[in-house]
Ligand binder design. Sequence first.
Ligand code: NAD
Ligand code: UDP
Length: 317
Amino acid sequence: MKRKTILVTGGAGFLGSHLCERLVEEGHDVLCLDNFFTGSKDNIAHLLGHPRFELIRHDLVQPIFVEVDQIYNFACPASPVHYQYNPVKTVKTNVMGTIHMLGLAKRVRARILQASTSEVYGDPEEHPQRETYWGRVNPIGPRSCYDEGKRVAETLVMDYHRQNGVDVRIVRIFNTYGPRMAIHDGRVVSNFIVQALRGEPLTVYGDGSQTRSFCYVSDLIDGCIRMMNAEGLTGPVNLGNPNEFTIRRLAEKIIDMTGSSSEIVERPLPKDDPVQRQPDITLAREKLGWEPVVPLEEGLAKTIGYFRQRLAESGSA
Ligand code: NAD
Ligand code: UDP
């Protein structure tokens, strides 16, 4: 592969840091941009000082000019707890941040890949979800800043493509987990693992019958890189693991795998929490030759190992 200069926004976050690492390993020059809202220097500490890695502290709500060949636009808090903390800022990051990155892509003729989400399907009536499904999203609810923010980001990407000929890619990412999720991230996999390791009750929201399909981070990053480098395909393309099961089963599995004595407790179901979610990945299989290869047990074991170490280091196991 030809050596490229690649900008990763949100590069100090969970997915962004894995992406930066892979791109550096592949021999590219990587600019990691982050405002450290949910990201952390710890995630990229091992890359600092690498001759092909550069860190830029910057908030994407402000424009920035850098010469790059590719842009992965990943900046945006992804956990409901964090994206609802300052919802107006979440919208700004998705709208102004994406406009700034599309403007940059247009100016320097870079290819841009937008990290979109399964949340654009909302609480779906079509199951599993295909890219052709338009979704069922509440425009005025507590999740809207993220769901609608990501939907308008997709609109902007396609409008810059049609209007200005920008070379664009959209991936719709389904629930992904793995090492480097923050201890206080608030999403379900990290919550359950941290609770199980601390011997605290696992908080299942609602009765736990809602479903999700969990993809391990290395599979997801592989799919994103394939999509960025695929020719003649703008997307959107779903990336996720079709292995769907209930949140209660996930809690039971994590208790089992950690050997924890924790109990399961029920907490109120957040408003507009989608009932079921599973990606149809036919398009990714056909166009990218991609499908997830890491089984849940293997991915969970690695993630549990990561959190065990983190908690031991912080003395809060
Ligand atoms: P994360 O919260 O760990 O990472 C987001 C990163 O963006 C953080 O480092 C944060 O500090 C940074 N950021 C936020 N606002 C910013 C701003 N205004 N300027 C600069 N940096 C900013 O979340 P993640 O799971 O790594 O998600 C990364 C991207 O992937 C997000 O766009 C998210 O919507 C998308 N996504 C993730 C998942 C998933 O399951 N992990 C699913 C669907 C979509
Ligand atoms: N969830 C839960 N307990 C938690 C955190 C989340 O039961 O401690 C549930 C949540 O209500 C949702 C599912 O797990 O049904 C996935 O939640 P997450 O926040 O990880 O992602 P999203 O809802 O955005 O898919």
